[in-house]
Design a protein around this ligand. Sequence first.
Ligand SMILES: Nc1ncnc2c1ncn2[C@@H]1O[C@H](COP(=O)(O)OP(=O)(O)O)[C@@H](O)[C@H]1O
Ligand SMILES: [Mg+2]
Length: 252
Amino acid sequence: MGKAIEVKGLQKSYKKLHVLKGVDLEVEKGSIFALLGSNGAGKTTVVKILSTLLQSDSGTVTVNGFDITSKPDQVRQSISLTGQFAAVDEILTGRENLILIAKLRHLKNPRQVADDMLKRFGLTDAADRKASTYSGGMRRRLDIALSLVGKPQIIFLDEPTTGLDPEARIEVWKIVKELADGGTTVFLTTQYLEEAEQLADRISILHEGKIIASGTLAELKKLFPKTKVEYVEKQPTLEEIFLAIIGKKEAM
Ligand SMILES: Nc1ncnc2c1ncn2[C@@H]1O[C@H](COP(=O)(O)OP(=O)(O)O)[C@@H](O)[C@H]1O
Ligand SMILES: [Mg+2]
């Protein structure tokens, strides 16, 4: 397994605000990597730099073996990006959105590509409705489907589940797992510990401009050993109760 992404000493300031103060991270090919950080930590800034939308101040980044500064076109051909805010065109139907992107990517059979994606993302029944009528979860699914048109090797998902209800969140988790099973490298950002825990092979925690911890979930847990063992009766969380009621827990 080679590296899909390597980042060394990445720095970025917005005027006086020093957001990234030397970020180092690595992502293995075909793995799911989670960049965990609170609101404003700089996650979107990292994603924008890695996907060539924003220039860094210093540091080196290679994506799919290509340096982002000297080979941005090759980087762009290897990746896709689903931003924090959906890129779906509301006026078009789900099918039309997909066909549009397939055409923009110069694919041979845009209709067929769209049909396949609609099926894969459970949107066939809604295919000919305007995206403006979709629920948050459907829209997010369409958004991810759009970014997968053309089979990128690496996909960036910037807070893919922020604002989704628990049911839709689990649907997105399933999609992310399937992507990685199919060999796609997934770089996702999240504010939710639970999301990183559920999905990621490796997690890096971004805090005050630096990666303060990196590793597998098991490794991270070892970094913070419990000092004392307490026995408490565990109450299910509201989310677990909700999911049990709607019968989604087995789907995970
Ligand atoms: N274009 C910009 N100009 C000035 N400040 C920005 C800009 N983009 C982001 N910031 C600031 O940089 C910090 C990190 O932002 P961001 O990368 O969006 O964090 P996150 O995605 O983790 O919430 C925040 O304090 C944000 O307000
Ligand atoms: Mg963000």
